[in-house]
Design a protein around this ligand. Structure first.
Ligand SMILES: Nc1ncnc2c1ncn2[C@@H]1O[C@H](COP(=O)(O)OP(=O)(O)O)[C@@H](O)[C@H]1O
Ligand SMILES: [Mg+2]
Length: 351
């Protein structure tokens, strides 16, 4: 177990037994989330993401495995202890789940009702609405708010009991891209200002890319790949992970355009159309100049995209490399040694 583990799932299994069939929704999953992480769990619909995160607060009891949250074996708690523990774990959802007949302030206050003095509730609600940028909408009703504002209310409500962990289950999936980005920025700032640990469930790698420091890819109940955001983007191993990353790059459209260019149409062996992917230090090197100077290989850049992930450049180039076969071989060895991933894009090699 990692030193600062705040959530540890060990060999979690969830099986739904129905009359005619049984669904293995979560299949032997181990997961460690450390304090301060924004841990993305990405996967297509039905992968088991929601079921997995519901195990963290035992909204879903696992068929097998152990759940340790904030140092506590969750399965050892009685009902009263579990209720107390759940207050340490906030949750937000795609459909906000607000009460339409109550004001924004009343929605946020709801989790505090019954055990907190009214004046204290008022102060807390004011503070939370300020935190999520809705101080001026306290007396509005949910129907009067935009989707992004409703999710801000959802976040404020989830934070009412000062949780250390926030689980976000597709919280931005019903929002447009600009609003999504603003909500993700809010989550990131809460992570930084409050030290909030976030588990972010999504089917969009774009969301993971924007704020997560770690990511796990889920498929058919299993985590098929995981790691730091930079490592996963630099060296994805599973095809599904590669597909998720590529959706954030719009590489397919770029490649289609590149293939129409004369330089590519007239391509002759041993020249090669390749994609170069690199993270961090590699980007700072004058790569193209080096290939020419050291190996007499020219790199004709047909498409380039550099983004900043976790403050580190993440580059993707589509280039035609030209030179003798021997020089190209030495070039590929050099690129590999310098942590640049080379993917051949020659038409005949595409399935
Ligand atoms: N309460 C349930 N009863 C039966 N099957 C369920 C239940 N909840 C989820 N499932 C099934 O478990 C699988 C994983 O679902 P879910 O965790 O919701 O995936 P995701 O959140 O990744 O879309 C799906 O096949 C789903 O139909
Ligand atoms: Mg889900």
């Amino acid at each position: 177990m990692a030193n600062d583990a705040i959530i540890t799932l060990d060999q979690i299994d969830v099986e739904f037994k129905e009359k005619t069939r049984s669904v293995h929704a979560v299949d032997h999953v181990d997961l460690t989330v450390e304090r301060g992480d924004i841990y993305g769990i990405v996967g297509y619909s039905g992968a088991g993401k929601s079921t997995l995160v519901r195990v963290i607060n035992l909204l879903q009891r696992p068929t097998a495995g152990t759940v340790t949250v904030l140092g506590q074996d969750m399965l050892a708690l009685d009902a009263r202890q579990l209720r107390a523990k759940r207050k340490r774990i906030g949750m937000i959802f795609q459909h906000f789940n607000l009460m339409n007949s109550r004001t924004i302030a009343e929605n946020v206050a709801f989790p505090l009702k019954g055990h907190t003095p009214a004046a204290k509730i008022k102060a807390k609600v004011d503070e939370l609405l300020e935190l999520v940028g809705l101080a001026d909408r306290a007396s509005a009703y949910p129907a009067e708010l935009s989707g992004g504002q409703k999710q801000r209310v959802g976040i404020a409500r989830a934070l009412a009991s000062d949780p250390e962990i926030l689980i976000s289950d597709e919280a931005t999936s019903a929002l447009d891209p600009k609003t999504t980005s603003a909500i993700l920025d809010l989550l990131k700032s809460l992570n930084e200002r409050l030290g909030l640990t976030i588990v972010l469930i999504t089917h969009e790698m774009e969301a993971v890319k924007q704020i997560c420091n770690k990511v796990a890819v889920m498929d058919e109940g299993r985590i098929i790949e995981r790691g730091s955001l930079l490592n996963i983007f630099a060296k994805p191993e599973q095809q599904l992970t590669k597909d998720f990353i590529d959706t954030t790059l719009q590489l397919d459209a770029a490649l289609a355009a590149v293939r129409k260019q004369p330089a590519v149409q007239a391509l002759k062996a041993p020249d090669q159309l390749v994609r170069l992917t690199y993270v961090g230090a590699s980007t700072d090197q004058p790569l193209v100049a080096t290939l020419y100077k050291e190996f007499s290989v020219t790199a004709n850049i047909l498409f380039g995209d550099i983004q900043i992930l976790q403050g580190t450049p993440f580059g993707n180039l589509i280039v035609v490399l030209s030179g003798t076969q021997a020089d190209l071989d030495r070039t590929f060895a050099y690129l590999k040694a310098n942590d640049v991933t080379v993917q051949a894009l020659n038409e005949q090699e595409e399935a």
